[in-house]
Write a protein that binds this ligand. Structure first.
Ligand SMILES: [Mn+2]
Length: 318
């Protein structure tokens, strides 16, 4: 029996977990001599999924000899949970499925082993489309998890969803009751999330068109970035007509995770701001990071990058 390790990104979200889970099911069904080994961080989000198998931690995975490796939903070297495993597998046996546009440090995977669709809303969308196109059987559990992954990455189809996304979603064999159940479970906040939501404050910055929100937690608390990936948090930090760009600073000790969002008609190029601060993403929503820094410096840097960007955009206007 050969072993295929399946990895995804740190701070795994539901698109990550559901794409890993579905790929494991596909491999099991189509390759009888390959056993999938799912390697992710622990996450409370698994409770929302259907019929989830065991995911193991990187510590446990280190003792397992892997023959193949598949990476889902991430193509940045330092964002992969368990990246050290990559070099334990021959290059020809490494695979990637992803939908992100930023690729700061390319993973050592040959082009023919990559499926990257930057137009796809989520990795689950890419997998669902492949399954539909190849007329593979999609069980109710698989359909449910794929739907959950797409729903989560698009925040209920409000970000990054396309005609193609909706077309694929409609083809998933799920009854209305199941769709509603998935939607409801995504909406439910855990007590920890309720607490964090209440801790968000708006920062008083006097910058035209920009709203800044902060959630600052001590370093001893657990990683909260996955917990805030919920539309209740997005609603709280949503850009408005008056402030079409919003910046959400999530601080955990000295490390900061910055989420930008903007209304589609805003000229500010938030993606280039994100790229300047160790990040990337999409045109209307992207993220950056600061490591070992202070809140003051993070705020000053963001404001100065925003101001530079604003002047630049204006320069080319009539
Ligand atoms: Mn994703």
């Amino acid at each position: 029996m050969k072993k295929l390790g399946i990895l995804t990104h740190k701070q795994c979200d539901l698109d990550a977990l559901c794409s890993v889970e579905t790929m494991a099911k596909i491999i099991e069904e189509h390759y009888k001599n390959i056993e999938p080994v799912l390697i992710t961080e622990t996450s409370f989000l698994k409770e929302k999924m259907k019929n989830v198998r065991k995911f193991i931690s990187i510590e446990k995975a280190k003792d397992i000899k892997l023959d193949y490796l598949l990476i889902c939903d991430v193509n940045e070297y330092d964002r992969v949970y368990g990246i050290d495993l990559l070099k334990t597998v021959p290059i020809g046996n490494r695979y990637l499925i992803d939908h992100h546009s930023s690729n700061r440090v390319e993973l050592e995977i040959s082009e023919q082993n990559k499926i990257i669709n930057k137009k796809a809303s989520s990795t689950c969308e890419i997998i669902a489309k492949k399954m539909i196109d190849k007329k593979m059987s999609i069980s109710n559990d698989i359909a449910y998890n794929l739907y959950l992954g797409i729903l989560s990455d698009t925040l209920f189809f409000s970000y990054g969803a396309t005609e193609e996304t909706m077309h694929i979603v409609r083809k998933l064999p799920l009854v209305e009751k199941e769709r509603l159940k998935a939607q409801k479970s995504l909406l439910e906040l855990t007590p920890r999330q309720e607490y964090l939501l209440g801790k968000i404050e708006e920062e008083k910055v006097n910058i035209e068109g920009l709203a800044v929100y902060k959630l600052l937690m001590p370093s001893e608390s657990q990683d909260i970035t996955t917990l805030v990936k919920h539309n209740k948090f997005d609603e709280r930090v949503m850009p408005t007509e008056e402030k079409p760009v919003s910046c959400f600073i999530i601080g955990i000790g000295n490390n900061y995770f910055i989420k930008f969002k903007k209304l589609a008609d805003s000229d500010i190029d938030i993606l280039s701001i994100a790229k300047k601060i160790n990040g990337g993403g999409h045109k209307t929503r992207c993220a950056g990071r600061f490591y070992n820094d202070t809140y003051e410096n993070v705020l000053t840097t963001i404001i100065s990058e925003y101001e530079k960007n604003k002047t630049r955009t204006k320069k080319y206007k009539l």
